[in-house]
Design a binder for this molecule. Structure first.
Ligand code: RUQ
Ligand code: CUA
Length: 658
């Protein structure tokens, strides 16, 4: 041992001596001529790096074997997934399968546990195996991310998924029974009592058929408050409820916090009640829904709404408790406030005192004071909309406006009194100051170009009561010329910005080639306590308890009852037991595999050719699948993770006799 340490020290000395030599070299070898010079200055010169580049590299480089400071959770949109990225290195850590099957994670490709999760989101008997995941929301305690759960919505089918951060796996998908698309989702209340979900495109409740001419009378949206049970780690639909809202096309939402805890806010952008018809001589949707100067911010008292539901003042519609509009008005649950022209994001400041609405078609962000909103409600300073809902007086509730530029979409905060808003049309991030109750305190600071057409932004702990500052990620929609060409479908460009003080600067470009991220949240890495191995050999990862199909070594067996065959098997480096399965055509097979490994990273994959089965059997997990042996033949099954030097030998034969 001592000799080894000595040897290492000598080697280290030698290496540093060599590095010292090369530092003295005057002319660096140009990169084009082959190997780079050994010294930092030489490398920088050879690669043509500017001082800014070098700063950016130093700020983002995470040395081999070292960990990132933050996790970034970003949606993959039509990929139906959730992508986990380390910040500041911007390395992809995991692509968590949520609404879409994924073979490597063994998600929804045979595995009965994950098939059941996906089936939870089926729609009217249609097996849904896609989704448009938009906005991840980390669970919160006291308005701070607590690192336990993350939720994400599916815009296309109005569904919400629950992902467990102990093992980064999807555990539940719930379908809203009254709407077919959502967007204002997911946002959690400060103690994760509820997960908020708002409709996007209005339909009759339950998306029943109704002629589009009946839009105003029949079509509706809802704001659903999904009740989350932390103990069970599940949304409880029976304890959830919806608030009916007009067919105004609700957009993004946010939950109040601290001063505004108990309240929620959602934007809208079709108060015109426009219904299309571009082949019938009507304008296009994009101009039809943008005619009015004002749309409505929806302001709702969810705590009051929960009491109203408890008092039985709801209608059961398609199995969901719904507070109808007249009840919501009567009980003081729902209010509106005018907001300029088709806004997009609504974001609550960290102190919970102000509501920031981004313009989209207006170059301003508009700031509302929660105090003023409460005063206007108390003074009944309102008019009524066509549905009888109080519309608070705009001048009474609006506090300030800041002109930022073209296409403001989303706002984040740094906890030092600054706000950052994405400007889609300007392709820039605007930094501006929060002014408290003083309208003059809201001022533009600087604009930083990003490449290109930024959608969402995510700051470190940016949606909490105590944002960290330091990092901001721009989720850009267009990449155009930023990366090596890969055909007509380009990656998105996620750019990391340094917001830690000096001028705001882009310090990293990351090509995102596995989805089109919309929203993201960034959490301090040490808040997440993921397990390395499941707690007990034979674990049911979905239910988080020992599996009834767990198989101990030595107890592997094949049970036959008529044509029902049940296989209890194990996996360990480097064999599957049993490694020979004899079946007959017409057998129905249920196959359980327990990975009896307890070593960190000792994962076995499993694929069975010809049967559409792909599993990930993580250390100590038990995984099950089933199939009908419909065709005679000789099949091979094997481990797909290169788990040992004899991994290729980790296989078995499945013989199906005619
Ligand atoms: S919302 S930018 Cu779902 Cu803005 Cu995507
Ligand atoms: Cu187990 Cu390869």
């Amino acid at each position: 041992m001592k000799r080894l340490i000595l040897l290492t020290m000598i080697l280290l000395l030698l290496v540093s001596a060599l590095a010292g030599c090369s530092r003295d070299k005057e002319t660096p070898t140009p990169a084009a001529e082959g190997n780079l010079p050994a010294d930092a200055m030489g490398i920088a010169q050879a690669r043509g790096l500017t001082p800014d580049d070098i700063n950016a590299a130093l700020k983002t480089y995470v040395p081999s074997g070292k960990w990132d400071e933050y996790y970034l959770f970003t949606s993959g949109c039509p990929s139906g997934n959730l992508i986990v990225i380390g910040v500041p290195s911007m390395r992809i850590l995991k692509n968590v399968a949520v609404f879409t099957p994924e073979a490597w994670q063994g998600y929804g490709i045979g595995d009965l546990g994950t098939e059941a999760v996906l089936d939870g989101g089926n729609v009217d008997g249609v097996e849904i195996r896609m989704g448009d995941s938009h906005h991840p929301a980390l669970s919160e305690t006291g308005g701070d991310y607590d690192g336990q759960w993350v939720f994400i919505n599916d815009k296309a089918n109005a569904r919400v998924a629950v992902i467990d951060l102990r093992d980064f796996r999807t555990k539940q998908i719930v379908k809203d029974p009254n709407i077919i698309s959502n967007h204002g989702s997911t946002f959690v209340t400060p103690n994760t009592e509820y997960v908020i979900q708002g409709t996007q495109y209005a339909t009759p409740l339950g998306w029943e058929y109704a002629p589009i001419e009946e839009y105003k009378e029949t079509y509706r949206g809802v704001i659903t408050m999904w009740k989350f049970d932390r103990e069970q780690g599940r949304i409880i639909p029976e304890e959830s409820f919806s608030i009916e809202v007009p067919p105004y096309w609700q957009d993004l939402c946010d939950a109040g916090k601290l001063d505004s805890d108990g309240w929620g806010f959602c934007n809208s952008f079709n108060t015109e009640l426009f219904t299309g018809g571009n082949m019938e001589g009507n304008p296009q949707f994009e101009s039809g829904v943008s005619q009015r100067d004002m749309d409505y911010l929806h302001i709702f008292n969810w705590r009051k709404a929960a009491e109203v539901v408890e008092a039985g003042k709801f209608e059961m519609i398609n199995g969901m408790r719904v507070i109808r509009i007249p009840t919501a008005v009567e009980e003081g649950v729902l209010f509106l406030a005018p907001e300029p022209k088709s806004p997009h994001g609504v974001d609550i400041t960290p102190d919970g005192k102000y509501v920031v609405v981004a313009g989209k078609l207006d170059p301003h962000v508009t700031i509302y004071s929660f105090d003023k909103i409460q005063q206007a409600i108390a003074a009944e300073n309102w008019t009524l909309d066509d549905y009888g809902i109080p519309v608070l007086d705009y001048d009474a509730v609006m506090l300030a406006q800041v002109e930022l530029g073209l296409g403001p979409l989303h706002t984040q905060f740094d906890g030092q009194g600054n706000a950052f808003t994405s400007l889609f049309l300007d392709s820039a991030v605007a930094k501006w100051t929060l002014g408290g109750d003083d309208p003059a305190g809201y001022t533009m600071v600087e604009k930083t170009p990003v490449q290109y057409n930024i959608g969402h932004i995510a700051a470190a702990e940016g949606d909490t009561v105590s944002p960290d500052g330091q990092y901001l990620v721009a989720l850009n929609k267009w990449a155009v010329d930023r990366f090596l060409p890969v055909g007509p479908l380009l990656p998105q460009n996620l750019q990391l910005l340094d917001i830690g003080g000096g001028p705001v600067k882009v310090i990293y470009d990351m090509a995102m080639g596995i989805g089109e991220p919309h929203y993201a949240q960034m959490i301090k890495a040490d808040k997440i306590k993921a397990v390395n191995v499941y707690p007990e050999v034979g674990w049911d990862a979905i239910e988080w308890k020992p599996s009834e199909f767990a198989t101990k070594p030595g107890e592997e067996r094949i049970e036959r009852d008529g044509n029902q065959v049940t296989i209890y098997s194990t996996s360990i480096r480097s064999h599957l037991t049993p490694d020979r399965i004899e079946l007959k055509v017409g057998d129905h097979v249920v196959w359980h595999i327990t990975n009896i490994e307890t070593a960190h990273d000792a994962v076995h994959g499993f694929q069975l050719g010809g049967q559409n089965v792909s599993l990930s059997i993580e250390p100590s997990a038990t995984v099950s699948f089933e199939f009908d042996a419909a065709t005679s033949g000789t099949y091979a099954y094997y481990c797909t993770e290169f788990c040992s030097a004899l991994h290729l030998e980790m296989m078995g034969y499945m013989l199906v006799e005619p």
